[in-house]
Design a protein around this ligand. Structure first.
Ligand code: NAP
Length: 248
């Protein structure tokens, strides 16, 4: 299979590149840093082909030129839109809207720009896979920007899936819980049920092999968050405030 992965230079995307190449797939690794992409190519092994594409997902023209140019010329069976950033709001009374814009630029518009250039070239049976986050399911403190960007991109993907009915193109959403990557290494709070990046990659590869429409892991954490989401808003807020106190 030809598998395109954005955010290939770190964390979940990097592990997916390693595992898919090892299994004999053609990996099209996308990142914004050419040196990191070259290092990734040199350090991945296996029988699969490796192609790298360098562009920043927040730059619409670059996405059009590099990703759009590739998608027009070559087949892509699965496109995993995984690139993302996380920034927290530390002072809710004096937050900087530029932070929210930066997070949305990568996590929401990055996916939109990639989808814009991929969809015209995808064929029946091809899949557009969007990585959101379980953070979208609960009002976590300090996560106004990150959680909102992931809720927005999840909605975008689900709505797209409904709209693409009849084309044969499938849209898949992935909602990870906490995964050990450079993104979460920076967190200074407890991360319940955090799993290794190799387990995260395995869960994604297994879910996509089963042609699931939605992949969420770890399952127990997802179940707990889904249950919390169904609680009355007052109780959800009380739980969220308690989390804030425990972070002080
Ligand atoms: N780790 C978790 O617990 C967790 C949980 C839920 C969801 N997720 C989601 O999973 C995805 C991968 O996260 P991760 O934990 O693997 O994070 P990570 O280790 O920080 O990797 C993020 C990747 O995205 C790339 N990226 C960021 N901004 C970009 C941009 N403007 N243009 C192109 N590439 C860009 C980074 O490139 P550089 O190497 O150049 O920085 C890097 O390759 C993200 O969407 C994240 O929100 C992660």
């Amino acid at each position: 299979m030809n598998i395109l992965i954005t955010g290939a230079t770190s964390g979940i995307g990097e592990q997916l590149c390693r595992d898919y190449r090892q299994a004999g797939n053609h990996v099209i690794a996308c990142g914004r840093n050419k040196e990191k992409l070259a290092a990734l190519e040199a350090s991945t092994t296996g029988p699969g082909k490796f192609t790298s594409l360098a562009f920043d997902v927040t730059e619409r023209d670059a996405v059009a030129h590099v990703l759009g140019g590739y998608a027009k010329a070559y087949p892509i069976d699965v496109a995993i839109l995984n690139a993302g950033v996380c920034e927290y709001i530390d002072d809710p009374q004096h937050f900087d809207a530029a932070l929210v814009e930066r997070v949305f630029a990568a996590n929401f518009f990055g996916v939109v720009y990639c989808a814009e250039r991929l969809l015209p070239h995808l064929q029946p049976g091809n899949r557009l896979v969007v990585v959101d986050s379980m953070a979208r399911q609960f009002p976590f403190v300090r996560a106004e920007a990150y959680g909102a960007s992931k809720a927005a991109v999840h909605y975008f993907a689900r709505s797209l899936q409904a709209d693409l009915a009849g084309t044969g193109i499938e849209v898949v959403t992935i909602s990870p819980g906490f995964v050990e990557t450079p993104m979460t290494d920076r967190n200074d709070f407890d991360m319940p049920m955090r799993i290794s990046v190799t387990d995260a990659s395995k869960a994604i590869i297994k879910g996509l092999a089963k042609r699931k429409q939605h992949i969420a892991f770890p399952g127990v954490f997802g179940w707990i968050l889904a249950s919390m989401q169904r609680l009355p808003m007052g109780i959800q807020m009380a739980l969220a405030k308690r989390m804030k106190q425990s972070q002080k």
